[in-house]
Every structure is written in C-alpha cells, then in structure tokens.
Ligand binder design. Sequence first.
Ligand SMILES: Cc1cc2nc3c(=O)[nH]c(=O)nc-3n(C[C@H](O)[C@H](O)[C@H](O)COP(=O)(O)OP(=O)(O)OC[C@H]3O[C@@H](n4cnc5c(N)ncnc54)[C@H](O)[C@@H]3O)c2cc1C
Length: 404
Amino acid sequence: MKSSEFYNFIIVGAGTAGLTAAIVAARKGHSVVVLEKGAIAGPKPRGESMAHFPLLDEILGEGYLQSIAEVKPSHRVYHSPGDIKPVGDVDVHVPYYFFEWRTLINHMVEIAKDLGVIFSFNSEVIEPIEEKNICKGVKYRNSNEKNQKVFGNVILACDGYSSTIGSYYNVDYSKINCPIVKFLGNNANININKVSSPQLYFIPNGILDYAPNFPPSVAYLFPIGGKKVEAGLMLRMTQAFKMKTVKIPNEEEIMNVWENLKSRYPGFNDFFDGIETEYEELTVMPNAGLVKNFILGNGGAILIGDSAGFIDANGSSGLYFGIKMAQIWVDLISESLIDNEFDWSLENRTYLTKQFKDSKIYKTINSSYKLIGLFEWMIFKKLRKGNRINRFWKLIIWLLQVAS
Ligand SMILES: Cc1cc2nc3c(=O)[nH]c(=O)nc-3n(C[C@H](O)[C@H](O)[C@H](O)COP(=O)(O)OP(=O)(O)OC[C@H]3O[C@@H](n4cnc5c(N)ncnc54)[C@H](O)[C@@H]3O)c2cc1C
C-alpha cells in the first residue's frame, strides 16, 4: 500500500468486528483499507462459539456458520463450587455453534478480498492523525519498520481490548478489562456424545486452598468437536475490586491457579487427562463495562467491538455483538456520507450516538452488564463463600434460567 492514500473507511484491526465492517462497507461500494498489526487476520484465536442470528447468513453466506460447526449445544451446564451439588442445566434459546477460529477468519478475509478490500498486514497503527480534534487518518508502522500515513473519511477502531486509538483518546481499559486464560487442547478426555454443552465452574473467593485470596472466577470448558476443547479461566474483577479478602493476582499467580485447576479441580480436571495443549495464553476480555463514548474526540474515529467493551457480559460472548455493532455503524455512517464528505458536527455526532443507543443490540448489551453486575454482586460478594453458594444453588440455577 502506498503512503498518504485516501479511503472512505480505514479499519484498524482484522478481527471479526473489523472484517465485518470491511465487508459491509465494501458491499456498499466504499473504498476500504484494513490495517492489521499481525501477519494474518485474527492472528490470535479469540472465540470458538457463536449464537446464530440472521445477520450471520448475510455476512458469511446462508448456512455458513452451521456448515463449519460440529457441535450445537442446547444448554449450558453450571457446576457449583467444588462441584458438590448436582449440575444445573440452563436451556439456550438462540441456537449456537462451536467451530474453528481460523476457518471462520479465513472465510471472512476471502469475502472481503473478493469485494476489493485492501489488506495491509504487519501494519501496527501507532496513533491517529488529527485536525481540530477530528481524526483524519492514522500513522502506522509497516513491515519494514517504516512509519506511514493513511487518510480517510472514517476510522473504525476495531483493534480490540486495549485499542491504540481508544487509549489515545483516554479510554481507561484497566477499568473494563478482565484477565482470562485461553486454552485449546486436543485429545481431551471427553465423549462428545455425552458432553456436548459448555461446562462452567463457579470458583468463589476462598475455595482454593492453594490460593485463598484469589478473586472470584469462572472456569469453563467448551467442546469444539471430537476430542478438541476450548477451556479457560475468567477472573471476575468487577467484584474483586470491591472485596477486602481478595488480592489482585499477577500473571504468575493466575497461571499457577490455572495449572492447579487443570490437574486437581473436582470434575474439571477429568477433561485434562491425556490432553495435548495446542494453545495457551493469558489474555484479557473487556467484559467489565462499556466505554462512555463510541465516537472519539470531535469525530472521525469510532470504537467498535472489544475496543468499546461491546460484549454480552451474560455469556461473555463478543463475536456476534462486535459483528452486529460493526454493521450498524457502517450503515449509519454510509447514510451520512454525502458526496464523500462526512459531517462530524456535534449535532450529527449526537444523532448517530442516539441512533446506536436506540438499537435493540445496544439495549441488550447495556442490560447484560447491569444484570451480570447484580448477579455477581449477589453470588460473589454477598453470598461469597462456597458453602453459602452451594446452599442456594437451586435458586441460583433458577435465576440463571430466567436471565438467559
Ligand atoms: C479467551 C477468550 C475466549 C472467548 N470466547 C468467545 C466465544 O466463544 N464466543 C464469543 O462470542 N466471544 C468470545 N470471546 C470474545 C471475543 O473474542 C471478542 O469479543 C471478539 O473477538 C471481539 O472482536 P474484535 O474484532 O472487536 O476484536 P479482536 O478479535 O481482538 O480483534 C482485534 C484485532 O486488532 C488487531 N490490532 C490490535 N492492535 C492493533 C494496532 N495497533 N494496529 C493494527 N491492528 C491492531 C489485533 O491483532 C486483532 O486482529 C472470547 C474472548 C477471549 C479472550
């Protein structure tokens, strides 16, 4: 890509949100460039399950998600602290599927390329280029370590949980990011015919004798297909910050707990017997809250997907919600692009933000944060101890069923 080119849409980040934005914008006839810091799109696996909504057929092709999925769970299975109460099955109302991350991402890149989207890999965006606090382009470092500039009408910051663009505009990601261990394994000790639903294990503060001050967490295991699983550990920091008994752990402490969970947490450890690790990483998920403003500065740049904290905190799923958010914003912007000029007046920014906040998906996410906040406050802060959570286990499962 040549320096100082101009595009209608500059998309920073080729994850699912950025790729969707690119596809939707290109289908509307816009010129689009995607800048991705990795050597490939979605360089690190981020999610292997997604609920199916009609928009996915539109973006990916009719029936595509189903075609790459082996497993379609009908419920989620919750395990009480120490796995001592009977598991709670919670029905899932929207069909969802497990699949391989790379298959999905490669498919999205192919669609975008066919539509004429320009990809620039190994291109790390360093900062926005502004005029009167309006973002007019970005500076990025290319594969030869040279700084380059690209200009555009609209910059979509789809660069994930610690967005460079968002951080430049003072978004405090430490307030919305929660640590999470991500693990992919082959040859797991699982019979997919018997266990074809995600398993979630509540781990309240104080239950682990080897880490008594560890924050409340949820360990999970997703059956992707055959003997392949995704597993992990989500720390629930929103509650941890309010709890006197909790020590905020460093990376070493988190990984130590993770190793112990795999080898000896009741029920959970069974799956790891003979497993081969394919991928393991301590990363973060921005599921502790939404950003305040989606449009940054006096306009020009918009946060989409994880960079906006746009995740369903209920199910800790962000793939679909980032995809939907990208589609809505590209539609909104396209309506306001007149003669290739964009109106970033306060009036138009307020109008666009209101349009987005009036959408069903925004309301769903906003209420999921409130609901999960209340639920976790009740479980992890009020009941807090494993034996008390176990005592109210039936009620907790009922509440989860009602909320799902
Ligand atoms: C362990 C884990 C498991 C998850 N499981 C699920 C799941 O099963 N289902 C689900 O729905 N959601 C899941 N999520 C959430 C989901 O992964 C995210 O919500 C989703 O990936 C967000 O997409 P995104 O495009 O906004 O961000 P990302 O997928 O993070 O994409 C950001 C992209 O920007 C690039 N980038 C970053 N900085 C720069 C820069 N400065 N310049 C250029 N490029 C840059 C990155 O390399 C990356 O490709 C999971 C998250 C985690 C961490």
